[in-house]
Ligand binder design. Structure first.
Ligand code: HEC
Length: 185
């Protein structure tokens, strides 16, 4: 079993392969997330199916008060993240590294540079309304996709691609555990 430990708030990830039994995996995943956090660990259920009743009663995620335009922008980016993650996995399984790289590059940091450098971008508007960790985590997620594209192009190894995708998707999980768009926005 390969486990990747990394700091989800930075783009560079150190991939450490180790042997671990199933019991250890959850602890290690939690450990990897603690490096980040930002997000209260209690918000990340060890068993994703546990505690739904509790969640329905109280949503402890930090609400971000976005206007309609910002919300639409954020959520469409998110749906793109999901679609691209699916494309990467399917292409990587099919051994099509060119398609992996193209999909990953389309949501990479380079492709979204303007969002992060232009002070008038919607992303900068969202940044001002969100806790300060929010944007770096999003930026690191974009950069993580560039890393996947680089590995697909340079190494072309399916396992390396899939491990990096799994690493990068911890950022999705961590951010979703901690933040939401505020009600009525
Ligand atoms: C920096 C924070 C952050 C990161 C990183 C992040 N998301 Fe999100 N995502 C959000 C927020 C906030 C919402 C809105 C959740 C809510 O209001 O309940 C959201 C919503 C979504 C939705 C629902 C979209 C809709 O139309 O309602 C999808 C799908 C999604 N994210 C996929 C992803 C995937 C896949 C990744 C990783 C590749 C990812 N997200 C990474 C913050 C993030």
């Amino acid at each position: 079993m390969k486990i990747a430990l990394f700091d989800p708030s930075t783009a560079g990830s150190a991939v450490i392969s180790m042997v671990a039994g199933p019991g250890k995996i959850r602890g290690l995943a939690a450990l990897a997330l603690t490096g980040l956090l930002l997000v209260p660990l209690a918000a990340i259920p060890a068993d994703p199916h546990a505690g739904h009743g509790q969640e329905a009663a109280a949503d402890s995620r930090h609400p971000i008060p976005l206007d309609a335009r910002e919300k639409n922008f954020l959520l469409s980016e998110m749906r793109e993240f999901l679609a691209v993650s699916q494309h990467i996995l399917a292409a990587s399984q099919a051994g099509d590294m060119k398609a992996v790289a193209a999909a990953a590059r389309s949501v990479g940091l380079k492709a979204h540079r303007d969002d992060f450098t232009n002070p008038a971008s919607i992303v900068q508007g969202i940044r001002k309304k969100a806790p300060q960790e929010f944007l770096p985590l999003g930026k690191a997620t974009h950069a993580g996709f560039d890393e996947i594209a680089d590995i697909a192009e340079q190494i072309g190894d399916k396992d390396a691609v899939n491990n990096l995708l799994a690493d990068n998707m911890r950022r999705c999980v961590a951010c979703h555990a901690g933040y939401r768009v505020a009600d009525g926005h």
